[in-house]
Structure formats: structure tokens, C-alpha cells
Design a protein around this ligand. Structure first.
Ligand code: HPA
Ligand code: ZN
Length: 324
């Protein structure tokens, strides 16, 4: 089964590029940019990854971004993940980036976008992998900050495929960002949002109704509302589920006690993803293996899951066809 899962052509739809920053690369970039890290080695840094919920994780995650200074840094960050995808037969990826986490440190949108788009072009040429960038809005910052970020992204309107909503969910309902999502719609972008990770099922409804999202990031708490489950099944709204993330952030005690199998059995359109693999202990294939260990799915179920990811992607129809 391990070989079967490794060899399956895959797509990944829920991946924060800043969450792929491995401690080793963090040290290389810190040295390159003469930034002091308060740890003596990558191993000591990794052992400081002591978080139990989303807020605690986000503190470390934003701290880690301090080493990203130049377009070359963003290129190297993205290329490391893309190279990893090639090894794991991940042939299409839709990647979140958090411009506000960089702009507030004085890094321009042009630096971020030059680096990320350069890596995308090289991934296509070297690996034959297609990709898209989803600009994610930090929901714990004011709406005006999101609107300003959208203005800064306008020159890059055609290099970005979508808008997302991430960061601390509790107390930051999606509806607050309705205007931002309307502007993204005018830019021609797809709309997704993190909802129902730590926040309640109500936030999923709100993201669907007010932000008009087409795909839900996480969404695992939908099971708390049977009417919502009915709606999601009926319309086959994809959920980008991140099993190892859910365990590391305390959404579930372990994979076996997660509701992954329940989501499948309910007939929901589930996809498997890695979220922030450098922090959560595994890339996409590791997430699939963890699910396999706990639930022993069949090969046809895995083929269905990988097809769900391809179908739920924003790739053009002919690309989806080629990926299957
Ligand atoms: N949830 C919310 N925001 C995030 C995450 C996450 O798992 N990773 C990076 N930003
Ligand atoms: Zn996420």
C-alpha cells in the first residue's frame, strides 16, 4: 500500500508555503540575511515546536517568516516544496501565501511575487507540475489591512488564482471579510476560506453564504450541523482536510479518533492535504499513510480521494484530464 500511495499521481490544495519552511532552510536563510535565530541548531529549533493549538502554532509560524527577506528566499522556499512534490508525485498544487505576514515586516508584494512566480515557472519546466497561488487574508487583522493588501496585489491579479482566509479562527467570523472577497471576485479569483477547523459549523455557513466560497479549508466541524452536512453532500462542496495538522493543533487527540472516516462515509467530497508540513510532521504522502494506518482504506477509495483533489482543483479541464 505504501508504494501504491507514493506512486499515485496527486494534487495538493491546502498548503501554506510559509509552513514548508524546514528548520534547516530557516538556518540557511538566517545566515544569508544575517538574522539572529534564538536557537543554536535546526534540531534545537525543532524541539522548540511545542504547540497544542492554532494560536500557539501561529506564533511560531509568523516568527519563522522573519528569515524571508529577498525574492531569492521566497524562490528557495517554494522550490524546496516543489522538489519535494516531484519526489511524492504531486503534480498539481495550489499554494497559500500570507502577504500580510511579510508586508508588515517591510517586505514588498513584488519581492514575494517575484520569488514565488519564478519558482512556479521552474516547477513547470523542471517537473511538469502545474500550480496556482492563493493569496490568503489574515482574519485576525483589520478588514482595512485586507483591503490594502488587495490593492497591492492588483498588479499581480493575473498571477494569482484565488483568495483565502486563514490565521486565528475563533472570534474572527468570515463575514467580516465580505468586501474583500467581493473585490477578489472582481479580480476574477476563486474563493476559498479556512472554516470549521477550530471555529464552529456556523462559520462554514457564513463562508458559503457571505464569502461565496467554492471550497472549504478544513471544514471538519461540519458534522456538528446535519443540515450543513446535507448541503455539502448535495452540492459536493470540497473539504481540504489536513489530518496531521488536526492532531498537532489539538482538533482531535489522534488520527484514529479523528472524523476522517465519518466524513467519507457521509458522502462528503473529502481531499487530503498537509497544511504546514514543516511544522506538523509530514508532507502529503505522510498524511495519507497516517490515514491508512488508522482506517485501512481500499485502493479504490484512495483513487477516489486523489481524483477528488484533482476535480476540486482550479486547474483547467484539460489539465485535470491529464492528471488522472
Ligand atoms: N490554520 C489557520 N491559519 C493558518 C494555518 C492553519 O492551519 N497555517 C497557516 N496559517
Ligand atoms: Zn491551513
Amino acid at each position: 500500500m505504501n508504494e501504491f500511495l507514493s506512486a499515485l499521481p496527486k494534487a495538493e490544495l491546502h498548503l501554506h508555503i510559509e509552513g514548508t519552511l524546514e528548520p534547516e532552510l530557516m538556518f540557511i536563510l538566517a545566515e544569508r540575511n544575517r538574522i539572529h535565530l534564538p536557537y543554536a541548531s535546526p534540531d534545537l529549533l525543532k524541539s522548540a515546536y511545542d504547540f497544542h493549538n492554532l494560536e500557539q502554532f501561529l506564533d511560531l509560524y509568523y516568527q519563522g517568516t522573519s528569515v524571508l527577506q529577498t525574492a531569492n528566499d521566497f524562490y528557495d522556499l517554494a522550490m524546496a516544496y516543489f522538489a519535494r512534490c516531484d519526489v511524492e508525485h504531486i503534480l498539481h498544487y495550489e499554494v497559500f501565501f500570507d502577504p500580510q505576514a511579510h508586508i508588515r515586516r517591510g517586505i514588498s508584494m513584488d519581492i514575494i511575487m517575484d520569488g514565488l512566480t519564478g519558482a512556479q515557472q521552474d516547477a513547470w519546466h523542471h517537473y511538469g507540475a502545474s500550480s496556482g497561488l492563493i493569496m490568503s487574508i489574515l482574519r485576525d487583522l483589520p478588514v482595512d489591512d485586507a483591503l490594502e493588501t488587495l490593492k497591492l496585489a492588483k498588479p499581480w491579479q493575473h498571477e494569482i488564482i484565488g483568495i483565502g482566509l486563514d490565521s486565528a479562527e475563533k472570534g474572527n467570523p468570515p463575514g467580516k471579510f465580505r468586501t474583500a472577497f467581493e473585490i477578489a471576485d472582481e479580480y476574477g479569483w476563486h474563493r476559498v476560506a479556512h472554516a470549521g477547523e477550530e471555529g464552529p459549523a456556523e462559520y462554514i455557513w457564513e463562508a458559503l453564504n457571505e464569502l461565496k466560497i467554492r471550497r472549504i479549508d478544513h471544514g471538519v466541524r461540519c458534522v456538528e450541523d446535519p443540515k450543513l452536512v446535507d448541503y455539502l453532500v448535495k452540492h459536493q462542496v470540497p473539504l481540504t482536510v489536513c489530518p496531521l495538522s488536526n492532531v498537532r493543533l489539538g482538533v482531535f487527540p489522534d488520527i484514529a479518533q479523528s472524523n476522517f472516516k465519518q466524513l467519507l462515509d457521509l458522502g462528503l467530497c473529502v481531499t487530503v492535504n498537509s497544511d504546514d508540513p514543516a511544522y506538523f510532521g509530514g508532507y502529503l504522502t505522510q498524511n495519507m499513510l497516517a490515514i491508512q494506518d488508522a482506517f485501512e482504506l481500499t485502493q479504490p477509495q484512495w483513487i477516489q480521494l486523489t481524483h477528488n483533489s484533482i476535480d476540486a482543483s482550479f486547474a483547467p479541464a484539460e489539465r485535470k484530464q491529464a492528471l488522472k
